[in-house]
Design a protein around this ligand. Structure first.
Ligand code: C2E
Ligand code: CA
Ligand code: CA
Ligand code: CA
Length: 278
């Protein structure tokens, strides 16, 4: 038994070393990846649940590492946040998103709103409102065509973040609370914060067709949003029955594999054109 215990421990430390090694590799590669243009933006359509028309897109970062291959954002974003590299990376996402939108508007694509994920690390002490204003101006983008998605974690140091959020709101930019209901925040911030949209996390949708509790939670969030005159969007829609149920619950916007996976820019453009013809 003792012998086995030691072997397990050795296996455990080997695995730990591998993890630490990979993390270090990712950390050092983040900076060079940015310089070498290894990142790419994908666009996931957001659809009107009644007409299926594409009314917006969430911008999702993709990274193909030259040696490690595809690294999911759930793995590299937390590392970028820890190291502060999320600031230059986030700046790039914002710039690239707005310049892409400009190109689409120039070729006559309908004016869709693009939603960019913003980490709470980007919010403090990095002149985000000024940067947003500058990027919008440089690309001649109507501020209401830009949405910033932030999680409830921005409320953790409210005294610092609230003035910044208000500044962003004053620009005319749309603000969405991402992963709504999954944080440990109180609902108090809903009355102080200048938000426009609640985004219901995909985890609430997994068993919504079978689990009455899950359905009740989603219904309550949709009602809360509607009562506060906020937009409500649900992510992670994977089938038609979910669409049907969400419509019954008075939700009008959705995003998920049922409509489209996150798409490279050319494919997104084609999807918008098709959705508008129909
Ligand atoms: P998120 O903001 O909650 O984004 C939604 C995630 O759900 C995306 O994963 C998307 O691809 C996935 N998804 C969309 N529809 C479905 C569906 O129907 N079923 C399922 N199972 N999944 C669906 P992704 O692209 O891997 O991104 C993961 C997370 O990484 C994002 O979660 C976000 O927190 C973060 N992230 C991605 N891009 C950026 C970025 O540019 N900046 C920042 N700060 N974070 C980002
Ligand atoms: Ca998001
Ligand atoms: Ca998230
Ligand atoms: Ca989510």
């Amino acid at each position: 038994a003792k012998q086995r215990g030691r072997n397990n421990y050795q296996v455990f430390t080997q695995d730990m070393n591998k993890l630490v090694e990979r993390k270090l590799k990712i950390e050092t590669s983040l900076r060079s990846g940015l310089v070498n243009n290894e990142f790419e933006l994908y666009f996931q359509p957001q659809n009107d649940l009644n007409t299926s028309e594409i009314i917006g897109a969430e911008v999702l970062l993709r990274w193909e590492h030259p040696k490690l291959g595809f690294i999911p954002p759930d793995e590299f974003i937390p590392i970028a946040e820890e190291t502060g590299l999320i600031v230059p990376l986030g700046d790039w996402v914002l710039q690239e998103s707005c310049s892409q939108l400009r190109k689409w508007l120039d070729v006559g694509l309908p004016p869709i709103r693009i939603a960019v994920n913003i980490s709470s690390v980007q919010l403090v002490g990095s002149k985000l409102p000024e940067k947003i204003q500058q990027v919008l101006q440089a690309n001649n983008i109507d501020p209401k065509l830009l949405c910033v998605e932030m999680t409830e974690s921005v409320m953790q140091n409210k005294s610092e973040t609230l003035p910044i959020l208000k500044q962003i709101k004053e620009l005319g930019v749309f603000i969405s609370i991402d992963d709504f209901g999954t944080g440990f925040s109180s609902l108090n911030y809903l009355k102080d914060l200048p938000i426009d949209e609640l985004k219901i996390d995909k985890s609430f949708l997994q068993d919504i067709l079978k689990d009455p509790k899950e359905k009740a939670i989603v219904k309550s969030i949709i009602d809360l949003g509607n009562n506060l005159a906020l937009h409500v969007i649900v992510e992670g829609i994977e089938n038609e029955d979910q669409v049907k149920l969400l419509k019954e619950l008075n939700c009008v916007i959705g995003q998920g594999y049922y409509f489209n996976k996150p798409l490279p820019k050319e494919e997104f453009e084609a999807a918008v054109l098709i959705s508008n013809v129909c």
